[in-house]
Design a protein. Sequence first.
Length: 70
Amino acid sequence: MTELKAKMPGKIVEYKVKVGDSVKKNQEVAIMEAMKMKNPLPAPADGIVKEIKAEVGVRLSSGDIILIVE
């Protein structure tokens, strides 16, 4: 199990995957808006998206879990 965590405060504006999707390491899985910039977020590992922890539009703090890949 590998967690994708927020590296900086911001909010998720879009997910490119859903629970159950297969992903490859470094594949773009979400877009986070931080400091008025849209930053692509890469998958932390190869696997299946097990759980999405952060809802679109919710503000996150640095270190908050975004999603889990198993």
